[in-house]
Design a protein around this ligand. Structure first.
Ligand code: RP5
Length: 160
């Protein structure tokens, strides 16, 4: 079976954040590939990656970038696969620049944008698994079991 999720990021410096998405996909046993693809440093690779993604069997792309974060939107422009954008926390503006760059897509080319930073990357992994799970009952059952575990942990929690 082909790899289902593509996790791409603009720089190796995004890995600390984007690792969270991969951790979730590992935990839920959803196949993925990971790669640095930069909109401004490797634009030809970005187009090639986006154009070939569906044909290679990917079902969802998670794209993380920081600053003037055009990677998710440009990838979304070149594929009909769902693209989840992760705004990586930038040094200068704490990721608000990344968030606004990714979330404000003009109507017609959607990017499903998650929160800034590690919470967003975790949720991107979960959202990708949920999309895959809509067509794969085993993956959906693992997502549901993860939810149940979180609920049980909260219910068992005690305040000091
Ligand atoms: C973006 O610029 C990357 O996504 C990264 O978040 C940011 C900084 O990249 P580096 O200068 O650390 O490579 O392209």
């Amino acid at each position: 079976m082909s790899t289902l999720v593509g996790v791409i990021m603009g720089s190796t410096s995004d890995w600390e954040t984007m690792k969270r998405a991969c951790d979730v996909l590992d935990e839920l046993n959803v196949s993925y590939e990971k790669k640095v693809v930069s909109a401004h440093r490797t634009p030809d690779l970005m187009f090639e990656y986006a154009e070939s993604a569906a044909g290679r069997g990917l079902k969802v792309i998670i794209a993380g970038a920081g600053g003037a974060a055009h990677l998710p939107g440009m990838v979304a422009a070149k594929t009909v696969l769902p693209v989840i954008g992760v705004p990586v926390k930038s040094q200068a503006l704490n990721g608000l620049d990344s968030l606004l760059s990714i979330v404000q897509m003009p109507g017609g080319i959607p990017v499903a944008t998650v929160a800034i930073g590690t919470a967003g990357a975790t949720n991107a992994g979960l959202l990708a698994a949920q999309i895959v799970g809509a067509f794969d009952p085993d993956v959906q059952a693992r997502v549901a079991a993860r939810r149940d575990r979180i609920t049980a942990e909260v219910l068992a929690g005690e305040l000091p």
